[in-house]
Ligand binder design. Structure first.
Ligand code: UTP
Length: 782
């Protein structure tokens, strides 16, 4: 497109964009009109003038505070005519002196030393900058116009499948080319000014601007590296010092005297002192920077600022080398597999919508974006087969030149993702997302420490015995930084947020099992990611609004085709199916979860008062055996049903209590007691048991394994004199439905009122666990 000129960019479908004026046109004739139009011509002239001004201007610093523009003008008049002097906004730190022409400029620069009023001046040519026009209407913001949730939903609904929706999320949220350029310009501007005052310093961006998870308008995190400045300062004081040692070679000219450094000794200054100085430089010397504020009480103290023209907010820190390292690690993960970015974008957006994560001003008990990203990476390390390597494995892959220690922590990993083996995991994004929710809906965040270094949850007892065990702040959510091993990146999370996180994952996992998630709607309804993103979408399913209710999905298809046929042909199909499901529910509560579980009168919820002490528990257990029959007898009966080709009812003697109670209200209720927190730490125990028995990774638990897990947890907790929770469970069949719909059954739970909060935890677990186990039971006895 050379003939179009550097300002013009051709767009798909025949359009053009003028980069100079930020104007987009539909075709070549419109482009010609624009290029000959007033606006373009005016900006071209302005650019020519500015560039010429720049070429004959010098940057001057080192003069006494309070020096007037006229004094500088008078001084430089000695070399030729001075066209203009622009002082920096807070007067007195630097100035741009525009000379009449290049000849005068050369004379000024040829002079080895300048001084004014006894002060040595620093005079240097101006940096060449791209001319940038900011359209008046967009002034004050570099952000892409914020995408409203409605617009996002419209866009997403048009995609073909969930994978395409996820890829679209990245496209819609990542930086545009111009935002990236703008950030680079702001970084160079800040760098330029800081170099003046902190010779040898470097401004290095980290975090979401550069880690691969950029979102339009996100904060600009900057690290000010003062290492070389420190050695420069040391060497300026005494010839014997550090400069040679660490290879620092900031030019040793007259800068030390005009530098702000003369006010401070970096080697002995405290972090707050240095940050106050950084704030002063930002406030006084960086054009367009406002609202500068040193935040000194944060874990990592920073100076916050706002850049008016770009609308960007930023932070500068000085003690944060590890962040550069973990930023590079995140980048490496995005390069290792292209599924990482879409997954993180979607989960960040989902978590923000559900008020689970984000970086609200002033913190708060939400996961920060870094922590959430690490959780996703951990999931990808632990899925089967793993999609990402563990940090330990990365260390093994790193070469000699990549062995790095930062602040005493091992930060060795390959710089180049080409050194990593591609993953053999072929799952698509749609199922990876669903799997993420499934894994974390019941996760025991408090009972382990999530380790990305080892790619596994570390059991608390062994973690506590480790070297860093006593240093990491344990809480309801333990997520270890992959490099700074004593740092829990989720230490700010309280129990409520941890519970909320699991509940939201549970609701999302449930939704992901539906066709609405998996398939594009042909009727123009919302589908896929869209419903997942609705704020508080889990709330509707949460206890409170409709009570504690679990709708069991239709499970008829778990039966062999023959049994389905027999069942469907039977006149009392509805009743028989309901009976099978009730048997399965009672089995899961009693035999798998080790709850006491006594059937009450049909549909009547006698309430939690019905059960009680340990003695009663034993009595109830005996009664349960007696009334509901052992698992074996129930299974036998089921077998009989299935074998009953004529669909005739089973002999009365073999029918369970559930069966006898059934017909009238189509509901069955049980008085239940949970004696132990069998919903916590299951994954860990499952691993232990499975490891002991089979020496391999457990798959999703079988009924038998899950029963053992509950037993192990109960044994670990020890005997309880009183039940932990009392509740009534009630199964109801869907009314007025036919065919497969008739197979729908809902389970409602009524806890003792004062136990509602604890019960929520159990219920949240049941939401995922119970339907799976009921399904397994139905399949196993079919
Ligand atoms: P953020 O949580 O802001 O993440 O932490 P982010 O990826 O930049 O997301 P935005 O800015 O909210 O969009 C910023 C960086 O700070 C470091 C990490 O390098 C992270 O990328 N950080 C944060 C830590 O090193 N440790 C922490 O506990 C938190």
């Amino acid at each position: 497109m050379a003939e179009l000129g550097e300002d013009v960019e051709s767009l798909p479908r025949g359009g053009f964009r003028c980069r100079l004026c930020h104007v987009t046109v539909a075709n070549k004739p419109s482009l010609d009109d624009h290029l000959h139009g007033k606006k373009h011509q005016r900006l071209e002239n302005l650019r020519t003038v500015r560039q010429a001004q720049e070429l004959r201007s010098v940057f001057v610093s080192g003069f006494r505070k309070g020096t007037l523009a006229s004094e500088l003008s008078d001084y430089f008049q000695a070399y030729g005519e001075v066209a203009n002097v622009v002082m920096d906004k807070d007067k007195g730190v630097y100035a741009i002196v525009e000379l009449q022409n290049k000849e005068v400029l050369e004379k000024v620069l040829a002079q080895p030393q300048h001084s004014l009023g006894g002060q040595k001046l620093r005079v240097k040519p101006r940096e060449k900058k791209d001319f940038k026009y900011t359209p008046p209407r967009k002034q004050g913001s570099a952000r892409r116009e914020q995408l409203s949730p409605e617009k996002l939903a419209q866009n997403l609904c048009q995609a073909d499948d969930v994978d395409a929706q996820m890829a679209l999320m990245v496209q819609l949220f990542e930086f545009s080319e111009s935002e990236r350029r703008l950030r680079d310009l702001l970084v160079s501007l800040i760098q330029e000014v800081f170099l003046e005052f902190f010779p040898g310093s470097a401004i290095l961006p980290f975090g979401s601007s550069v880690n691969g998870f950029d979102v339009s308008g996100c904060d600009l995190d900057l690290f000010l590296d003062l290492e070389k400045t420190k050695s420069f300062q040391a060497s300026a004081k005494g010839p014997s010092e550090a400069q040679a040692d660490n290879g620092a070679s900031p030019e040793r000219d007259s800068r030390s005297e005009d530098s702000i450094l003369s006010d401070i000794d970096l080697a002995s200054a405290t972090v707050p002192e240095v940050l106050e100085l950084v704030a002063t430089v930002l406030r006084k010397c960086v054009p367009g920077v406002h609202n500068v504020q040193a935040v000194l009480n944060a874990r990592c103290p920073v100076v916050k600022f706002w850049h008016k023209e770009s609308g960007l907010r930023g932070d500068i820190s000085i003690n944060n080398k590890l962040a550069l390292c973990n930023t590079r690690f995140l980048q490496l993960c995005t390069e290792a597999d292209e599924r990482v970015r879409p997954l993180v974008y979607v989960l960040r957006y989902w978590a923000k919508q559900q008020a689970l994560a984000g970086n609200p001003f002033g913190g708060g008990p939400l996961l920060n974006n870094y922590a959430l990203t690490l959780l996703v990476l951990f999931f990808l390390q632990t899925c089967s087969p793993p999609l990402l390597p563990t940090v330990d494995h990365l260390r093994e892959l790193s070469g000699n030149e990549e062995q790095t220690t930062v602040d005493g922590w091992d930060c060795s990993f390959p710089k180049d993702s080409a050194r990593l083996e591609p993953s053999s995991n072929t799952e698509n994004l749609c199922s990876l997302l669903a799997e993420f929710f499934r894994v974390f809906e019941n996760y025991d965040f408090a009972g382990c420490v999530i380790s990305l270094r080892e790619g596994r949850p570390l059991p608390l007892p062994s973690f506590l015995a480790s070297e860093v065990g006593h240093k990491l702040k344990l809480g309801p959510f333990n997520l270890q930084d992959p490099f700074e091993l004593s740092h829990n990146v989720a230490a700010n999370i309280n129990e409520k947020t941890a519970l909320h996180f699991r509940r939201c994952c549970g609701a999302a996992a449930k939704y992901c099992r539906s066709l609405q998630y998996q398939r594009k709607s042909s009727k123009g309804k919302i589908w896929g990611l869209v419903r997942l993103f609705q704020p508080g979408s889990h709330e509707a399913e949460a206890p409170g609004a409709e009570g504690f209710v679990i709708d069991l999905p239709p499970m008829l298809t778990v039966l062999p085709a023959q049994s389905q046929e027999v069942l469907c042909r039977a006149g009392d199909f509805h009743q028989r199916w309901f009976q099978k499901v009730c048997t399965a529910v009672a089995f899961v509560l009693r035999d798998v979860l080790k709850c006491s579980c006594v059937e009450t009168q049909q549909g009547s919820q006698e309430g939690w008062e019905a059960t009680g002490s340990k003695q009663e528990k034993e009595q109830q257990e005996a009664k349960t055996e007696q009334l509901a029959g052992s698992k074996r007898s129930l299974e036998e009966e089921d077998d009989d049903d299935d074998n009953d080709k004529e669909g005739a009812p089973s002999p009365p003697s073999k029918r369970s209590r559930a069966d006898t109670l059934l017909p009238a209200g189509k509901s069955v209720a049980w008085n239940c007691d949970a004696w132990h927190r069998v919903w916590l730490g299951r994954r860990r125990v499952r691993r232990q048991l499975h490891g002991l028995e089979l020496g391999s990774e457990p798959k999703s638990g079988s009924l038998e394994l899950e029963a053992k897990v509950s037993k192990a947890i109960s044994q670990q907790e020890g005997e309880a004199a009183e039940p932990l929770l009392r509740f009534v469970a009630c199964a109801r069949a869907g009314d007025g439905m036919s065919g497969e719909q008739a197979a729908r059954i809902s389970l409602s739970f009524a806890p003792a009122p004062e136990q509602a909060a604890t019960f929520q935890e159990f219920f949240h677990f049941l939401q995922g666990f119970l339907p799976r186990m009921v399904e397994q039971h139905l399949a196993s006895v079919a």
